[in-house]
Design a protein around this ligand. Structure first.
Ligand code: SF4
Length: 480
């Protein structure tokens, strides 16, 4: 087998990602071998031929000749991959007549393509046109991406001298049907104290590491899980440690995701600690759906939690909702949007349901909702946000999303969450503490990211906290 042929074999999962955009089941590849493709070199070009369903598509692309041998090899692989993906995309589009909203793009961060074009000197309009022309992205999504990038460019840019801190509390009262996080059910709470002891130790060492590395704090985010699943005393102790060890960041967020975990005492502890942003997440305001997805709270409890948070003086509340939840139609999502308008969070994140492998929904073979309905709900989310004066500022995509849509964060002017942008764009160092956290070191100018993952199993984390610290010290303090 030639090197090119070997490379083509390794690309099959990538090609399947493209056929999934058209609702073609993976079984079409596995059982029927419905698609075949080949690529070869000819007259200074790569050529690709894809056949399937009795039809054929062909494409060609110039063989990159730039850079040194290593860079050239990388660019050539990228060129072959892009050509084959585009050729199978063209064939599927012709056979099915479907125009996927994001065209042939299957990556998590489509913003990167726009940044790449702008950095190469294109104007916004030219960059948008290139996205539409090259990847067949719909105009609606290309303009959304333009707005997101525009909003991000008005925020403080990446800074090698700064670092974000993430603290994970991996406990929830119950497990949501779509959840793919490593969060454990709180149960009787017997693991909480040992977990906090290990976490406090890691936080102390992490604060020391930041000093040694000479970095300044940028944003601090306490997520999970559900941090407010801790009791009032535990949460207060956590926040006290957090503020003592990581003072002076530009932004602090605490997720208070489940409304049934929120009490006036916890909200007071959050506000008095100096945390400016919390997240209270209904996901849906339909009680029947809340039951189906295992959230164990009601829409009424969401309303009460918002009232409580406002009464405690919380100035920035974020709301997460999901379009395309099981059994929901656009009219159900409209009720959730009505509640968003009434409760008026300062920021709103509209997710689209994605069924990930480690979720209960995947195990139960739950189907994704109809693509057109998912699109209608996502559009409704966008319109609601605009009516509320919120603008899109971060965006990412996932595999197996309803209708091949996206997740978008919207915020009032001055309320964009820096941490959300940093984590999605991967341009800022992140020190992640707690089970399942992944620390990232950015190597500016090299396009490289170093990672140090913490174990996600809670017991393992408690037993191996020192090892997690060593991993991070190696990542941030050792020169490459
Ligand atoms: S609240 Fe979040 S972390 Fe907890 S179970 Fe639900 S999706 Fe998972």
């Amino acid at each position: 087998m030639t090197e090119l042929e070997q490379y083509l074999v390794s690309m099959e999962p990538d090609m399947m990602n493209v056929t999934r955009l058209f609702g073609i089941a993976d079984a079409a590849w596995e059982e029927l071998r419905r698609f075949a493709w080949s690529a070869w070199e000819e007259d200074g070009c790569y050529r690709c031929r894809v056949s399937g369903d009795g039809r054929e598509a062909e494409g060609s692309a110039a063989i990159p000749m730039d850079g040194d041998a290593q860079l050239r090899a990388l660019h050539r692989k990228r060129a072959v991959r892009r050509l084959c993906r585009q050729t199978i995309y063209d064939l599927c589009r012709e056979v099915t007549g479907i125009h996927p909203p994001w065209g042939s793009l299957t990556g998590v961060r489509p913003t990167h393509l726009l940044y790449e074009a702008l950095d190469a000197g294109l104007t916004e309009d030219e960059a948008v046109a290139r996205l539409i022309r090259t990847f067949d992205v719909t105009e609606e999504k290309a303009l959304l991406l333009r707005d997101v990038v525009r909003a991000q460019r008005s925020l403080p840019g990446p800074d090698d001298g700064q670092i974000d801190v993430y603290v994970g509390i991996p406990f929830c009262t119950t497990r949501c049907a779509y959840c793919s996080f490593s969060s454990g059910e709180l149960g009787k709470g017997t693991l909480v104290e040992p977990y906090l002891q290990a976490l406090f130790h890691e936080m102390e060492e992490g604060a020391g590491l930041i000093r040694e590395a000479g970095k300044k704090l940028r944003a601090v985010y306490v997520g999970g899980g559900t941090p407010t699943a801790l009791n009032e005393d535990q949460l207060s102790r956590l926040l006290e440690r957090l503020m003592t060890l990581f003072p002076g960041a530009g932004e602090y967020t605490v997720e208070a995701g489940r409304p049934d975990t929120i009490t006036p005492g916890k909200l007071r502890a959050i506000r008095e600690a100096g945390v400016g942003r919390i997240s209270i997440n209904p996901q849906t305001m339909n009680d029947r759906t809340l039951q189906v997805i295992g959230r164990a709270h009601t829409a009424q409890q969401v309303e009460e939690a918002y009232a409580m948070a406002r009464a405690e003086g919380m100035g920035h509340i974020n709301m997460d909702v999901i379009a395309g939840l099981p059994g929901e139609k656009p009219e159900d999502f409209a009720r959730t949007m009505e509640a968003a308008r009434r409760l008026h969070p300062e920021s709103l994140t509209v997710h689209t349901l994605a069924i990930k492998r480690s979720s209960r929904m995947h195990l139960e073979n739950a189907p994704l909702p109809d693509g057109d309905e998912a699109a209608a709900m996502v559009r409704m989310g966008m319109e609601t946000a605009r009516q509320m004066g919120l603008a899109p500022y971060y965006l990412y995509r996932q595999k197996h999303m309803a209708g091949n849509q996206e997740n978008v964060g919207y915020a009032l002017p001055g309320h964009a969450c820096q941490y959300n942008v940093d984590i999605m764009e991967e341009t800022t160092h992140i020190l992640a503490l707690g089970a399942g956290g992944i620390s990232k070191r950015i190597y500016p100018g090299e396009g490289q990211i170093g990672r140090a993952p913490n174990v996600s199993n809670i017991e393992q984390y408690i037993a191996r906290a020192d090892e997690m610290i060593r991993r991070k010290r190696a990542l941030f303090l050792e020169e490459r």
